[in-house]
Design a protein around this ligand. Structure first.
Ligand SMILES: *Cc1c(COP(=O)(O)O)cnc(C)c1O
Length: 360
């Protein structure tokens, strides 16, 4: 099957860009899955072919991160947003306290759900400067049940360069920077990531959890929210989102082939190209503290905001899509996830230069 080569440069924040080869393979499996004559989306999830997909996806996560024994990988539904509730249900004792760092909208939503189930302690916040930086020198009380962080703040374009030093269990929402660089996953008790930013389509959320942390709160947990039940059922307690898991598996194969080191090198190269232009170009300025700038979501504003519409027209003419900033921040946001080719970033940089020449 021939794919028409798309000329649109996709800077969408999420659902975001996927590798072209993955999109092509996924479209083929919709028509004929593993030469079965059936579509991927019309076979039983208990079929051995789909069970193989689920196993491969979970194993690829372990291989790519080099996870030791004792960790489980799950593909669940409900988005990263349901993890905001599942984390405290499973890890926060009714009389315990969980620490949260408020680095923006997603962090705050996570915090709000935990608050429904127990005590929370917001130990640091960047709210005073509309989340344009990552709080530093964090001291986390030893006795908390866990510390929750959002490693990459998709809306504002900030990212932790160093994880907070803490003796307690670290829980991380990595929705928008999962698999963008090598990490030591064993530093975390639990990691979750909605697939649709950097590893697949919307519809599934990957969870990595250290098994021995579970079953300790004494809470009664609804089955669908209980990590142990999902682990015991190999992530197939109920019908899994077969298409989303399949496409995530294909993306994980692509990630494994490249390796996280090479992915990081590419991401750094793309981000440097774009940030250098933002800093050089007299029409634009970066929206965040330089040291906390995200490699995934590059946010910037115009020195003359009245030129935003004119710049947007330039973007449209160059087939650049998805650059509008989040409604709570304004300006522009270029999401340059793993699958974004450097050529698309070059096109954007050229448009910015051109705009300066004509309007500067
Ligand atoms: C998009 C996003 C979410 C929300 O994900 P859903 O899958 O829509 O629930 C949570 N956290 C971060 C960091 C995100 O970027």
């Amino acid at each position: 099957m021939e794919m028409t080569k798309t000329k649109v440069h996709n800077f969408s924040a999420g659902p975001g860009i996927l590798p072209q080869e993955v999109v092509k393979q996924a479209s083929e499996a919709i028509l004929d899955f593993n030469n079965s004559g059936l579509s991927l989306i019309e076979v039983s999830h208990r079929d051995k072919d789909f069970m193989g997909v689920m196993d491969e996806a979970r194993n690829l996560v372990k291989e790519i991160l080099g996870l030791p024994d004792g960790y489980s990988v799950l593909f669940l539904q409900g988005g990263a947003s349901l993890q905001f509730s599942m984390v405290p249900f499973n890890l926060l004792r009714p009389e315990g306290t969980a620490a949260y760092i408020n680095t923006g909208v997603w962090a705050k939503k996570a915090q709000a759900e935990a608050k429904l189930l127990g005590n929370i302690n917001v130990i640091a916040s960047s709210e005073d400067k509309n989340h344009t930086y990552i709080p530093k020198n964090i001291v986390c009380p030893k006795e908390v049940d866990y510390l929750h962080i959002t490693t990459n703040n998709t809306i504002y374009g900030t990212q932790y360069k160093n994880m907070p030093n803490c003796e307690c269990m670290l829980v991380a929402d990595m929705s928008s920077d999962m698999f963008s660089k090598p990490i030591d996953a064993t530093k975390f008790g639990l990691i979750y990531a909605g697939a649709q930013k950097n590893m697949g389509p919307a519809g599934t959320t990957m969870v990595i959890v250290k098994n021995d942390l579970l079953g300790k709160t004494g809470r009664k947990i609804p089955s669908m929210l209980d990590y142990k039940i999902h682990i015991e059922n190999d992530s197939m307690f109920n019908t899994p989102p077969v298409f989303a898991v399949y496409v995530s598996m294909l993306t994980l194969r692509w990630i494994k082939k490249l390796g996280l080191k090479e992915i990081e090198r590419r991401n750094e190269e793309k981000a440097a190209l774009l940030y250098n232009e933002i800093d050089r170009n007299s029409m634009f300025k970066g929206a965040c503290e330089k040291e906390d700038r995200s490699l995934m979501n590059v946010t910037f504003v115009m020195n003359k905001p009245e030129l935003e519409d004119a710049f947007s027209k330039y973007l449209k003419q160059a087939n650049i899509s998805g650059l509008k900033g989040h409604r709570s921040v304004g300006g522009f946001r270029a999401s340059i996830y793993n699958a974004m080719p450097i050529e698309s970033v070059e096109v954007l940089v050229d448009v910015m230069r051109d705009f300066e020449k004509k309007n500067g």
